[in-house]
Structures are given as C-alpha cells and as structure tokens.
Design a binder for this molecule. Structure first.
Ligand code: SF4
Length: 390
C-alpha cells in the first residue's frame, strides 16, 4: 500500500518554532552578524565567514523532524539514520524519542503501518524507499531540492544512455541515493572520489586497458555489471552536492579532455555531458571562507562541524591550505588555552594538539561552520575562545 508522504511540512511550523529557536539559536551570533561578522573582546578578534552554518536544506530537515514529532506524539517516529551529520542535533532528536533505524536492534522489518519515518536531507536509496512503501508507513520526506536536482539529471542521463560518473564519496548516503536513482532508471554509474581516481578513469577512456584491473579498483564504486569498455563510451558528470567545487570542476575538465582525445571534438556532445550540481549553499560557504582568508590576517582557523560532514571537511581543507586549521566537532573540543581536540585534514580520528593558541598579545581567529552546524554551537565556541584569551 502506498505510504502517506509529507513533503511540504506538517502544518506544525508555529508549534515548533519556539523549541527550535531555543535549541539552535544564538544571540551572540546575531550580534556578531550585526557587527559586520567581527567579534572583538580584549586581545581576541574573531572573524566569522559571511556564509556559515545551517543551509536551507538542513534548516528544513530539522524543522520537519520537530514537526513530525509534534504532530504524531503517540506514534513511533524513526529516522533512517543521522538526519544531518551533526552529533548535537542527532542527540537532541534522540532525546525527543525519535528512533534511528541505523541503531543496533532497529530494522525496517519491525516497522508497522502506524509508524512515521523521516527521510534525511541527503535522501535515501530507491531500495529503501520501496521497503517503506511495502510497509505502508507514513513518510516525512526532507530530501533537499538540490539533491532532487541531481537525481533529475542522473535520471535524464540514464534515459539518454549516458553513464553517470559521480564525483562523491561512495560511502556517503547522498551518493548512494544518487547512484540508486541512476540504476532504477536503467542506467549505470561510477563514483570517483578525487582527481587521482579521475585520472585513472581518464587513462582508461583514452587508451582502454585491463577491464579486470579497472574493476578491481572501482568495482565497489560502480553499478553491477559495469563494463568499462562499454559504460565509459558515453558519460555524464554529476556530483555529491557537498564536494569541493574546485575539485569537481577540475574533474569535469579532466573527463571532458579525455573524451575529446578519445572521440574527437566534433563528437564530444554525443559522448560527454555535464551540469553543475554543487548546491549553492555549499558553494556560498566555500566562497565565503576563501574571501575571509584573503581579506583578513588570521593567526589560525577553527572549523566547526561533524567529522562525517562532507561540506565541513571541505571547508577545513580550504583553510588548511594556507593557515593552521583546527576542525572540531563541537565547542567541547576546545579543551583549554593549551589543548585542542580536533581531526587533522584527511585523518580518520581525533588528536589533541598543544600550544595551539598564542598565549600573549593580540590573537585573530577565523571561524566557520559546516551546513549542519547550528548557530548555538558557533556561539558557544566564541564564548570559550573569549574565556581562553581574556
Ligand atoms: S548542503 Fe546543499 S544539498 Fe545538502 S542539504 Fe544543504 S542545501 Fe541541500
């Protein structure tokens, strides 16, 4: 039986506005924005990027999750997994008795038609959606419009016989959902993580090669039955919406050049197509941090956001290219004026670094946060920095 699906809110916006503001708003951040994104106190100056924090997709997803809890107080409410990649927000929802299907002991098999399931901003796979439809539970679909735009394009690629080459992380929910859309539409896909992997794909496009070796490298990142000799003849580029824009553009240029070499410029359109699928919120945050780095003389950068947040990790990469950068998941990572717990760029886990903060004289810190980080965490981080410096 088809599920009841809420896609445009649950008519409870007013009812949850107060709790959302109380949970995620920051008066300090509002003051800072009004002060041209600068905070000064004693020897500390903080420059906040002009675009930071919750994006429109995350804002909507969190709003709908609270609305769902409020609208169905007597029903079991589930998330498929993390609603967004921020531990603070996910814990708040757990505290409201929103359950996570990704938790041990929870499975789709135990769902009943009376249950409510919230789909996250980055979407779910076609297979998962079919499972929910089969149960007949109520769905609250918060899939972001920017993700839906990517899906629309990969479906078009499939219909026109192009393989979707997705610049993304094969383990990320959004990329898995996008790949499933390509397959459900009768197409093939290949996920490339970075320019190094894209270079290997380009080599195969130009010169062909050992299909078995190619599949040994990319098999887990390609659709079932992927045949590089066949499926790389006609490709369309797509992106996970939160990737580094400059890297996505570079990969697009690499693939285009390889296809031009292989098929000739006159036939390029028949073999290669692309469209820009980095979402505007991701791009705005990346542009803002680049501007901050260019315009302000900061001693160090602090980037706040979940370690599994793709867009946050990419903001940290941009900062680390020119400044000492500390990617922290939470203000609690600011342990003391001597110690900070953070995840270095590209590392799998956290480390504690000492002597991270100049202990005397003026100190200028640049700050930004990922699209899944609420303002109250950024405000708390600034208050802690102030306490450490003054
Ligand atoms: S990062 Fe972009 S695609 Fe992802 S939820 Fe936010 S606005 Fe939507």
């Amino acid at each position: 039986m088809p599920s009841l699906i809420f896609r445009k809110g649950l008519e409870m916006k007013g009812a949850v506005a107060g709790i959302l503001a109380e949970s995620y708003h920051s008066t300090l951040i509002e003051q800072l924005k009004a002060n041209d994104f600068v905070y000064t106190s004693g020897r500390l100056t903080v420059h906040l990027a002009r675009e930071f924090g919750f994006c429109y997709g995350v804002d909507r997803a969190v709003d709908y999750a609270y609305q769902a809890r409020s609208r169905f107080p007597d029903r079991r409410v589930f998330l498929t997994g993390e609603i967004i990649h921020n531990p603070h927000v996910n814990e708040k929802l757990r505290g409201m008795d929103v359950r996570f299907l990704s938790d041990p002991g929870e499975t789709v098999d135990t769902l009943t038609p009376a249950d409510v399931v919230i789909l996250p901003a980055f979407g779910v796979t076609v297979q998962m959606l079919q499972q929910f439809d089969a149960v007949g539970c109520t769905l609250v679909d918060t899939t972001c419009g920017s993700v839906l735009n990517v899906w629309k394009n990969v479906k078009r690629y499939a219909a026109q016989g192009y393989t979707s080459v997705i610049h993304g992380k094969v383990w990320h929910e959004e990329t898995q959902a996008t790949a499933s859309q390509a397959v459900a539409s009768g197409g093939a896909y290949l996920v490339v993580y970075n320019d190094c992997e894209a270079g290997d794909v380009c080599d195969f496009i130009r010169r062909g090669g050992d299909s078995a070796a190619f599949l040994a490298q990319f098999g887990k990142a390609a659709s079932d039955g992927f045949d590089p000799d066949l499926h790389l003849q006609r490709i369309g580029l797509a992106n996970q919406t939160t990737m580094l824009m400059t890297e996505s553009m570079a990969i697009g240029e690499m693939l285009k050049a390889a296809m031009t070499d292989r098929w000739g410029i006159a036939d390029l359109a028949a073999h290669y197509t692309a469209f820009d699928t980095i979402c505007s919120a991701t791009q705005d945050r990346q542009d803002a941090v680049v501007s901050l780095l260019q315009e302000q003389q900061v001693d160090l950068m602090v980037v706040i956001g979940g370690y599994n947040s793709s867009n946050t990790a990419n903001l940290a990469r941009i900062c680390a290219a020119s400044k000492p950068t500390f990617h922290i998941s939470d203000p609690d990572c600011l342990l003391s004026r001597d110690e900070i717990r953070h995840r270095p760029i590209g590392a799998k886990g956290e480390v504690v670094t000492t002597n991270w903060l100049p202990l005397s004289g003026p100190v200028t810190i640049g700050l930004t946060s990922g699209a899944s980080t609420p303002d109250n965490l950024v405000g708390a981080a600034i208050a802690t920095l102030d306490a450490f410096c003054n």
